[in-house]
Design a protein around this ligand. Structure first.
Ligand code: NAD
Ligand code: RM4
Length: 254
């Protein structure tokens, strides 16, 4: 059964990792997909090629989500190409691991701007378009287990993920009257570029694996199903919710 037939899905930061898996997962479920990306063209184009090979339409639009104008341009380009926006997956994020006491101001400000301001303006731009269209929509934000628990080298990052989680709660209220649902996924530890260096520390990696009741760290594809589900009409009565996708890591105290 295809869950997103005829839908237009937008995904930020989708040339790699969880965003890419979500974009491809949406296409496998019948959606046309617009992806935002920030850096090199190659991975973005390869994502587009993969989606087209599934028989769906796809475009890649370059832009830094930290700039509010990027959100307006991304939505405008998607509407120009596909005629509408049904789903926004706000995924782009960074986590430059760093100790707290000597954290550079620029690292804090950049992390806040990309992760939280970026999500805010993307969600707002998508919602403005959805309200104009008048037939509702679904917004899924990629928050994190780190919205709920801390990290010694993530003091600049965890507040942004708590912020994204909170943003989905407040926008669920603000947009419910327009039939727009807002939910977040809270991934645990998923093997991607974002934590490649951090998890090169074997001891840390083994600790994280041992903490996970399902016995392994996640793959980006582990997020595709939950994101597609929340985006789809299967979740028609789900809004303001946060779905942990962490192999059980969060609940594992002892
Ligand atoms: P990733 O590095 O593969 O993906 C992040 C993507 O965001 C990259 O494609 C990157 O180019 C893009 N990006 C970064 N800055 C951007 C900007 N300014 N504008 C536009 N795009 C930008 O890593 P990932 O793990 O797939 O991360 C995706 C999201 O998942 C992030 O928000 C991250 O916080 C969240 N997350 C990841 C994990 C994990 O363990 N990997 C866990 C919880 C949450
Ligand atoms: C997640 C979580 C993971 C970490 C990534 C970067 O939110 O904290 O453990 O590897 O961020």
């Amino acid at each position: 059964m295809k869950l997103l037939e005829g839908k237009t899905v937008l995904v930020t930061g989708a040339s790699t990792g969880i965003g890419r898996a979500a974009a491809i997962g949406a296409a496998q479920h019948g959606a046309d997909v617009a992806i935002n990306y920030a850096h090199s063209d190659g991975p973005a184009q390869s994502c587009v090629t993969e989606i087209k090979a599934l028989g769906q339409r796809a475009i890649a639009v370059k832009g830094d989500v930290a700039d509010p104008q990027t959100a307006q341009d991304f939505v405008a380009k998607a509407v120009e190409t596909f005629g509408k926006v049904d789903v926004m997956v706000s995924n782009a994020g960074i986590c430059p691991f760093h100790a707290f006491l000597d954290m550079p101001v620029e690292v804090v400000e950049r992390t806040f701007k990309v992760n939280l301001h970026g999500a805010y303006f993307m969600v707002q731009a998508a919602a403005q378009q959805m309200v104009k269209q008048g037939h509702g929509g679904s917004i899924v934000a990629v928050s994190s287990i780190s919205a709920l628990v801390g990290g010694e080298y993530q003091t600049h990052y965890t507040p942004t993920k708590a912020g994204v989680h909170s943003l989905m709660q407040s926008t669920a209220i603000a947009l419910g009257k327009h039939g727009i649902r807002c939910n977040s996924v809270l991934p645990g530890t998923i093997l991607t570029e974002i934590n490649k260096d951090d998890l090169a520390d074997q001891e840390k990696r083994e600790y994280m694996e041992k903490r996970t009741p399902l016995g392994r760290l996640g793959a980006p594809e582990d997020l595709a199903g939950p994101i597609v589900f929340l985006a789809s009409d299967m979740a028609a009565y789900v809004t303001g919710a946060a779905l942990l996708v962490d192999g059980g890591m969060y609940v594992n105290l002892q």
